[in-house]
Design a binder for this molecule. Structure first.
Ligand code: G6P
Ligand code: ZN
Length: 537
């Protein structure tokens, strides 16, 4: 029997770049998670008898919210819920599950790379039938519903045993608990030449950061590909990620970085984030920026069985460096520049306009699912290394020699007061018209704008997606406020310098002029009161 629970709206349930992310304590308020989940179901159609996938990254509150969501799904008429054992599904595995089960959609419970635990972050994201994050049209409808909601629906039923595979009935709905890894590993075996990788005898270190990729990496890398036991570090998902930030960058994956810079470093190093969609790639003695990784993967993808037929196009988010555009131009295929957020790639992938996509925020993926995919990037790199028989460094140097090098860095100013961050952006917007032609040291501004994107498949327009200042010669600086934080504002400043032949420079030194120009243009120190960024990646 359906139970109707009266409720009142919360004013702060607007989904951000990647779903609703808040502190755990916010989610623990009465009716908070319930209101949001019910708003999702109220905003979508065709639920009757449909399949819903549910899984998360195992962080604090994961199991509790899954139990609540299962009951709300039953009350809303779903016919089947497919849930990963232990409540675990990495974001790319959830995307794959939605697709292969022909589900109406899925609830992905994660706050990605944000820390977990009772005082940290939680999140709920809805993905649609193509396996990708709901587009803005859908998230706007969900948000609108959260502002008027007056009840949520549930059923009276016991908690589901999430730790035993198999089917049970819950108030007329089937609940199926599945192994979270099997289907995903099968997809990877189709895309990549596991025999070639095994035969290459490479050594590697993979840091799962006590997050969701642990079981996936252990199965695929150690069991199926034969990498030595211990290749996967921090391989057990923990509700608080061991107290760390599960964010695979040089700051939070510092141990891996040290391993890869040591004299006895393995051939290849990689890490993934809380929910398994991000990746960090480090060769022996060389860090590959996510922007470069996208370009290098695209240039070599044809070496893996899944991409032997070539690529249809390459898409990158606006702040991601233009390195991938140069590969697309050389291949004679289109390149796309989208706003930040994986959801903008979905239409391009569905329409067959792009095959590979990537973002500076350590996300890379392809049309095999509709999310970015950390282990996919790792396996494509391994496949390329195995076929080419060269080191990461040799491949990177050859790449830069062919295409030129886009030196790149991102400077983050975290926990800035929202008013001050907004003031910086507002002042910057008001100055855009005066920037073209102005000189900052050796740099001359060619153009400056507030990035807007028109989706080529449905004509929808997204405005105010970040300030671009383009310099003559292909260098640039981009200013943007993060859309994923849960307290204060984070200012991101993306620095990029293109050099056609000077490819051996030190990135920090090569970007010093651009960093100085960025401060002169935006008054970063003046507005934020910070002398230097908190994080440089
Ligand atoms: C999430 C999304 C990515 C996006 C990133 C941007 O990870 O899944 O697609 O690039 O957020 O984060 P930001 O904090 O810069 O808004
Ligand atoms: Zn993530």
């Amino acid at each position: 029997m359906t139970i109707t629970v009266p409720s009142t709206p919360y004013p702060d349930q607007k989904p951000g770049t990647s779903g609703l992310r808040k502190k755990v304590r916010v989610f623990q308020q009465p009716n908070y998670a319930e209101n949001f989940i019910q708003s999702v179901f109220d905003a979508i159609e065709d639920k009757d008898g449909a399949t819903l996938v549910i899984g998360g990254d195992g962080r604090f509150l994961n199991r509790e919210v899954i139990q609540v969501a299962i009951r709300i799904a039953a009350a809303n008429g779903f016919g089947r819920v497919v849930v990963g054992r232990g409540g675990i599904l990495s974001t790319p595995a959830a995307s794959n599950m939605i697709r292969i089960r022909r589900a109406l959609g899925g609830l992905v419970l994660s706050a990605s790379h944000n820390p977990g635990g009772p005082d940290e972050d939680f999140g709920i994201k809805y993905n649609i039938a193509n396996g990708g994050p709901a587009p803005e049209k859908v998230t706007e409808a969900i948000h609108a519903r959260t502002l008027t909601i007056d009840r949520w629906l549930t059923v009276e039923a016991d908690d589901v045993d999430l730790d035993t595979d198999g089917e049970t009935m819950l108030a007329g709905m089937t609940v199926e608990v599945v192994d979270p890894v099997t289907d995903y590993a099968e997809l990877m075996r189709k895309l990549f030449d596991f025999d070639a990788i095994r035969a290459a005898g490479l050594s590697m270190a993979f840091d799962a950061m006590s997050a969701v990729t642990g079981p996936y990496a252990t199965e695929i890398l150690e069991r199926q590909l034969g990498f030595a036991a211990g290749t996967v570090r921090n391989g057990t998902p923990l509700p608080d990620f061991g107290g760390h930030h599960p964010d695979p960058n040089l700051v939070h994956a510092h141990e891996l970085y040290k391993t890869m810079m040591a004299a006895d470093a393995p051939d290849f190093g990689a890490a993934s984030d809380g929910d398994g969609d991000r990746n960090l790639i480090i060769g022996r003695n060389i860090f590959i920026t996510p922007s470069d990784s996208l370009a290098m993967l695209a240039a070599n993808a044809h070496l893996a069985p899944g991409y032997r037929g070539g690529l249809k196009g390459i898409a990158r988010s606006m702040p991601t460096s233009a390195a991938a555009d140069r590969v697309a131009a050389a291949l004679g295929i289109p390149s796309f520049e989208t706003p930040t957020g994986w959801k903008f790639f979905g239409n391009l992938l569905d329409a067959g306009l792009a095959t590979i996509c990537g973002e500076e925020s350590a996300g890379t993926g392809s049309d095999h699912v509709r999310e970015k995919d950390g282990l996919w990037a790792v396996l494509l790199w391994l496949n390329i290394l195995a076929v080419r028989g060269q080191s990461v460094e040799a491949i990177a140097r050859e790449h830069w020699a062919t295409y030129g090098r886009n030196y790149y860095a991102r400077h983050d100013y975290e926990g800035v007061e929202s008013d001050r961050a907004d003031a910086l952006m507002t002042e910057l917007r008001s100055k855009l018209g005066n920037l073209p032609g102005r000189r900052f040291g050796d740099l001359t501004v060619e153009a400056a704008d507030d990035f807007a994107y028109e989706d080529p498949t449905d004509g929808s327009v997204s405005r105010n997606q970040g300030i671009r200042v383009l310099f003559v010669g292909g260098s640039r600086v981009v200013f943007r406020l993060s859309g994923t934080g849960t307290s204060g504002a984070t200012l991101r400043v993306y620095l990029e310098r293109y050099e056609a032949t000077a490819i051996d420079g030190d990135a920090t030194a090569m970007l010093a002029d651009i960093a100085a120009a960025a401060d002169a243009i935006a008054g970063i120190v003046r507005h934020t009161g910070r002398e230097r960024p908190d994080v440089v990646t």
